[in-house]
Design a protein around this ligand. Structure first.
Ligand SMILES: Nc1ncnc2c1ncn2[C@@H]1O[C@H](COP(=O)(O)OP(=O)(O)OP(=O)(O)O)[C@@H](O)[C@H]1O
Length: 648
């Protein structure tokens, strides 16, 4: 018998959508569905209730047939949270998409080896194609890098011919039998789309698959899951939960395409937002998909539930060197106006969640200015995007292993040190331990780890290159081939012969990557800690991208395009205060999304985090004109759009 649920979410009152999900799950065969609903509508709550329903309806059968329910989340943190809310049931496998895909493919080593060998050929072909297409203005270093990459992959080709068990690691090095994050997505989706038997096996193992935050799921993964369901209609029930308006990452699908025989489940309620914020959220969506939510957060007066009104205000202030003082003035103003002490700064216990867009000012203030510049200024889009959530491949070994290892060593947490080494060091892999004096090996790794601890200490002068070289020489981790290429090829670090070249096309992409990597490897390693604290929401600021799924009583969102070099988002363009770019105009003509669409979604996610009070501060060069213009947009009542004069 399953223990009784103690989940907070599972105990929320049932909504019509929860009943609809249950009907889907009770049907014979169960009906696949797509739940689409706005922020704070309780999608995650419905997902948890859905999992509980599966256990109640099908638990016994699943146990007898040794089957499980798969629930795919966007982050590890979300996975842990959801699993704890379904009382850690062994029948439910909650994991990120990468872990899920690896769990279903890892047993198929021959297929993996065949895929890897095809992939190596594909990469060589791509690189050769690039070389053939290089124009006359290509930089010598771009050519050199390309030639060396071809050589490297040719060496890989020879090595992968020898069969070895493949594992899944941070970076990819096929010759050492390691696949990286990108490989898992490509390989698993291909196996699922191409191989009938593979689809059958997945459906047999997991007759129910739920996907949370479906809007940010890779399109190939959605396609692969749909392919399983179409083939195994009687055996697999798929459930997507998402909100296209909350898509943050450019790699997400947004809207899951409608399928015949599936049920679309909508939830019009909102349980999180006070009335003032709900009105703003609906107004933001008017410019997008027009979805309207009703209800809002309630509070109890005696036995009666009444709407919580809350506050939502926009301050439009001048972009100058006094921004910090202005933010402080706004907080003081709100503290007085709302008669709420919590709006006043409290250094160690700040009750305000401050949301900022990743930008140079925050980076400078928090001490990772060089790292920001390296992966943003003139960097390839993939680095700029991957900087937002630390997923860019150059950052991966540092944030996943080396920084946590350095901290564990410095804090003398030997259990954590050993756990991290056990997970990542090739020297501790079973195959490499035969006939070895284990105590000596552990000593060797401990001293290499100590060096990392020193090199990454806050006062250290070591660069990221120094740290990665130490990790490589100490065999602490198998580094991704792309990273190895930059560590080994000093030539690629040399500056361009002429700056501001306009090579165009693929040459330009490679050239950008080379320049960006040179700057990245030269960054002080000590900047990684404050950067990670920022991305992980440990600093007083949170990124507007990183707060998806979370909620806070008091939210202060700072909209500040000045110095923001991220082409993806522009509040001034979104609010119509600035002309859209040629790039955006072209996207519009081609029916593609623009920075206006992306910023609208980011703004929506930000504002809808507030459970009680929301303050938005918009910094612009001409606040007076901006106030007049923004009042015309109907996002907020005029009286709640304020300028500097209100603060006087
Ligand atoms: N049926 C319900 N009755 C009362 N409160 C609810 C109900 N469902 C959810 N809530 C509350 O509403 C808030 C939002 O719920 P949840 O996080 O599940 O929403 P969501 O749709 O996943 O949000 P988002 O899309 O913004 O991440 C939570 O505080 C949750 O406890």
């Amino acid at each position: 018998m399953e223990p009784r649920p103690v989940s907070r979410r599972a105990q929320q009152p049932e909504t019509q959508a929860d009943i609809d999900v249950r009907h889907c799950l009770e049907a014979d065969p169960p009906t696949s569905f797509n739940m689409v609903a706005g922020a704070g509508s309780g999608k995650t709550t419905s997902l948890i209730k859905g999992l509980a329903s599966i256990l109640a309806i099908h638990g016994e059968r699943l146990r007898l047939q040794r089957q499980r329910v798969a629930c795919i989340t966007y982050t590890e943190i979300a996975a842990r949270e959801i699993w704890s809310e379904v009382w850690n049931s062994p029948l439910i496998h909650v994991s990120t998409i990468h872990s899920f895909l690896w769990s279903i493919t890892r047993g198929f080593q021959q297929d993996i080896a065949a895929w890897v060998s095809r992939r190596v050929d594909e990469r060589i072909e791509e690189l050769q194609q690039n070389a053939a297409n290089f124009g006359p203005r290509v930089q010598p270093r771009t050519r050199v890098k390309n030639a060396r990459d071809i050589l490297r992959f040719e060496q890989q080709r020879e090595a992968v011919a020898k069969p070895s068990p493949f594992t899944y690691g941070i970076g990819s090095d096929y010759a050492k039998g390691i696949l990286g994050h990108d490989d898992i997505i490509r390989m698993a989706s291909q196996l699922l789309i191409d191989r009938r038997l593979f689809r059958t096996l997945v459906a047999q193992q997991y007759p129910f698959i739920f996907v949370d935050e479906s809007q940010d799921t890779f399109p190939v993964i959605v396609e692969a899951l749909i392919a399983i369901q179409q083939q195994e209609r009687n055996r697999l029930c798929l459930g997507f939960f998402g909100d296209p308006m909350q898509r943050i990452y450019p790699t997400g699908i947004g809207t899951v395409p409608e399928q015949s025989g599936w049920r679309v489940i909508q939830k019009t309620e909102n349980f999180r937002s006070p009335t003032a914020v709900l009105n703003l959220a609906n107004a933001i969506r008017r410019g997008g998909d027009g979805l309207v939510q009703v209800g809002g957060r309630k509070r109890k007066v005696g036995e009666v539930e009444v709407p919580l009104v809350g506050t939502a205000r926009l301050f439009v202030l001048s972009t100058d060197s006094h921004r910090n003082e202005r933010v402080a003035q706004v907080r003081e103003w709100v503290a007085n106006k709302n008669n709420d002490e919590k709006w006043r700064p409290a250094p160690n216990n700040d009750q305000i969640k401050m949301l900022v867009i990743v930008h140079r000012m925050a980076a400078g203030r928090l001490g990772f200015g060089d790292l920001y510049a390296a992966l943003n200024d003139g960097a390839p889009d993939k680095f700029k995007n991957g900087f937002l959530d630390a997923s860019a491949w150059p950052l991966q070994p540092l944030v996943s292993l080396l920084l946590p290892l350095a901290e564990a060593v410095r804090d003398r947490r030997s259990f954590d040190t050993m756990r991290l080494l056990g997970l990542h060091s090739p020297l501790l892999k079973k195959a490499n331990l035969q006939g070895v004096n284990v105590a000596e090996r552990l000593n060797q790794l401990q001293s290499a780890s100590n060096e990392i601890g020193r090199a990454m200490a806050p006062e250290s002068q070591a660069t990221i290159r120094d740290v990665l070289m130490l990790a490589k020489e100490g065999h602490l981790i198998t580094l991704d081939l792309r990273l190895l290429a930059y560590l080994e090829d000093a030539a690629a670090d040399e500056p361009d012969v002429e700056e501001n070249n306009d090579e165009g096309g693929i040459e330009e992409e490679i050239s950008k990557e080379i320049a960006s990597m040179a700057a990245f490897l030269a960054c002080p390693a000590a900047q990684l800690r404050p950067y990670l604290a920022y991305v992980n929401d440990e600093s007083p600021f949170s990124t507007q991208q990183g707060v998806k799924g979370a909620e806070f009583d008091r939210v202060l969102a700072v909209l500040d395009d000045d110095e923001g070099t991220h082409f993806q988002f522009s509040y001034e363009k979104y609010l119509g205060l600035k002309e859209i770019s040629i790039r955006d105009r072209k996207s519009m003509e081609e029916g593609l999304e623009t920075s206006v669409d992306r910023t609208r979604r980011l703004f929506y996610v930000c504002c809808t985090r507030a459970r009680q009070d929301l303050v938005v501060i918009l910094f612009v060069s001409d606040p007076e004109a901006a106030i007049t213009h923004v009042r015309g947009l109907g996002l907020l009542p005029d009286a709640d759009i304020l300028g500097q004069d209100a603060l006087a």
